[in-house]
Design a protein around this ligand. Structure first.
Ligand SMILES: *Cc1c(COP(=O)(O)O)cnc(C)c1O
Length: 216
C-alpha cells in the first residue's frame, strides 16, 4: 500500500474533525513530501536537530504546521518555538514559564499541550494530575503562549479496555481543568498507530501517527 492509500484508509475510519498529525521522526524528506501531496499539513518531530535539517529541505512547502513531540530541554526551548507552531510535550511548570517568557520576547505565540501522566509510567515525562490542579493559577498566568490542551502517551502493555479507560480519563481531566480554571482547553492529543481508534472513541482531537503511515 502507498502512503496515500494508508492515509485514505485512516481518514475513512476517523471523523473529519480529528486532525491527523504525521509523525515523520524516522522518515526522510521524500516521504514527508509524499504525505504532503496527499493533503497532510501537520508533521511531528521529536528531535530538534533532525527536524531543523528536514525543515531546511522543505522550505518550499510553506503551509506545513510543525509539531514538536519529544522531551524538550530548556536550553533548546527558544529554537523550538522559533521553528514549531505546536509543542505537545510541555511536561513541567518551569519549562512552560520559560516558553511563556521566550514567546513574549521573540514574539511568537506557540500552541501548547501539557503532557500528562494519566497512569504511572517510569519511562515517561509528564505532569502528575495533582500537580496540575495545584498550579492552575500559574498556568492561567502564561498569557503569551496558547495553552490548547492535554497530550498523553500511554504506557506499553495495556489491554484495549485499559487503554480506552485511560484515554477517557484524559478527556475527563480536561473537563475538570476547564471547570476549575479559565483555561478553556479544547484539544486532546492522544492516540498513536496502535491505539488511535480507542483514542478517537474517547474524544481525541489530534492523533499522532508514525509507523502506520510510513512503515510497510
Ligand atoms: C513516535 C511517536 C508517535 C508515533 O508513534 P507510532 O507508533 O509510530 O504511530 C506518537 N507520539 C509520540 C510522542 C512519539 O514519540
Amino acid at each position: 500500500m502507498s502512503i496515500a492509500q494508508r492515509i485514505e484508509r485512516i481518514r475513512q475510519e476517523i471523523p473529519s474533525s480529528v486532525r491527523l498529525v504525521a509523525v515523520s521522526k524516522q522518515v526522510p524528506v521524500s516521504l514527508i513530501r509524499e504525505a504532503y501531496n496527499t493533503g497532510i499539513r501537520d508533521f511531528a518531530e521529536n528531535r530538534l536537530q533532525d527536524a531543523l535539517l528536514k525543515q531546511e529541505q522543505l522550505t518550499d512547502l510553506k503551509d506545513i504546521a510543525w509539531h514538536f513531540i519529544g522531551h524538550l530541554q530548556t536550553n533548546k526551548a527558544k529554537k523550538t518555538i522559533e521553528h514549531f507552531q505546536w509543542i505537545h510535550s510541555v511536561d513541567n511548570l518551569a519549562l512552560l514559564q520559560r516558553l511563556d517568557r521566550l514567546a513574549k520576547d521573540l514574539p511568537v505565540a506557540p500552541q501548547l499541550f501539557l503532557q500528562v501522566k494519566i497512569l504511572p509510567d517510569p519511562n515517561k515525562y509528564g505532569w502528575q494530575i495533582p500537580e496540575l490542579f495545584s498550579h492552575l493559577t500559574e498556568l492561567e498566568a502564561c498569557k503569551n503562549v496558547k495553552l490548547r490542551g492535554l497530550m498523553v502517551i500511554l504506557p506499553l502493555g495495556l489491554t484495549p479496555e485499559q487503554s480506552l479507560a485511560a484515554f477517557q480519563s484524559t478527556t475527563n481531566l480536561l473537563e475538570q481543568i476547564n471547570q476549575q480554571s479559565s483555561l478553556a482547553l479544547t484539544e486532546l492529543s492522544m492516540g498513536m498507530s496502535n491505539d488511535y481508534g480507542l483514542a478517537v472513541k474517547a474524544g481525541a482531537t489530534m492523533i499522532r501517527l508514525g509507523q502506520i503511515l510510513f512503515t510497510e
